[in-house]
Design a protein around this ligand. Sequence first.
Ligand SMILES: *Cc1c(COP(=O)(O)O)cnc(C)c1O
Length: 344
Amino acid sequence: MNTIDLRSDTLTQPTKTMRKAMAEAEVGDDVFSEDPTVNRLEKIAASRMGKEAAVFVPSGTMGNLISMLSHCSRGDEVILGDQSHIFLNEVGGISALGGIHPHIISNESDGTLNLETVEKKIRASDLHYPPTRVIALENTHNYCMGSPIKPEYMQQIGNLAKRYNLKIHIDGARIFNASVAMRVDVKDLVREVDSVMFCLSKGLSAPVGSLVCGNKKFIDEARKWRKMVGGGMRQSGHLAAAGIIALGELVNELKKDHSNAQALAQGLSMLRGIVLKPALIKTNIIFFSLEHPALSPEEYLKKLELQGIKMLMIEPGVFRAVLHREISEFQVEQVIRTSEELTK
Ligand SMILES: *Cc1c(COP(=O)(O)O)cnc(C)c1O
């Protein structure tokens, strides 16, 4: 049976071209900055983001962590969304390892943070308060329906951050999805920010790796933190080679994932018991809930699985489906048809 695995866009396998490039990559010891392939990937990444420099890290989580460690000292505060990946899904690393205090604001449904609320939460200088150092945003915003955040918003929050002398960090695990969905150059999404992390291992199909980009001084510091947390890799050019292919060949392909997501959302939204607004779906991530008189969420999940379809139930009754390169239009149809049978 062919499985249709919609649990995550991290499930994508490296392409043939990637496997070949990985096998043949010219490599060296990257801790000595002597891996030509890693150096090339870092240069490409920095230039795509319009930043001075970049550092290759094994995971997005490590990228976010070392960015925060570079911006903040112990006891400093970061303002971030209550639905953010850094707050929810990174094991509390910024607090546990960095002594960084998270100041949580409710995310708006489009993934942004309300500007007035952010401004109110910035700490005044006071004996009792931790100093606010960073505003962290996420683009696209995973738990806010994969919403892409617009350049206009980035401009506004950029102005706010400047007025208060704060840094901005973007968790851009899927920033190319945002760029492709809104048809804007990715540079226009990060012009106002001091650091951006993006992943090669999600919809872009590389097996491993993320990049952190920023100015030279920041990246030098991030590189030192990367070493401290055990992310100094050696002949990692074998991994970077796949990343170079990802950036060169697969970014534009993300469009297909977005149209498949839209088709899946449209199809599912017509079914009995499924609550889903397709208009909210702008990229490759779909959330919906099931409120069906005769089919429990657990049964739905189990019956889908028996037909080879996998999704995540992220909380009771709430499902997430993520479209990616290995899900075809035809398979989207299959998911809709199977769901229709089950909810009839
Ligand atoms: C996946 C993800 C990360 C972390 O990436 P890993 O490589 O899994 O550590 C960070 N932020 C967001 C929004 C993500 O979806």
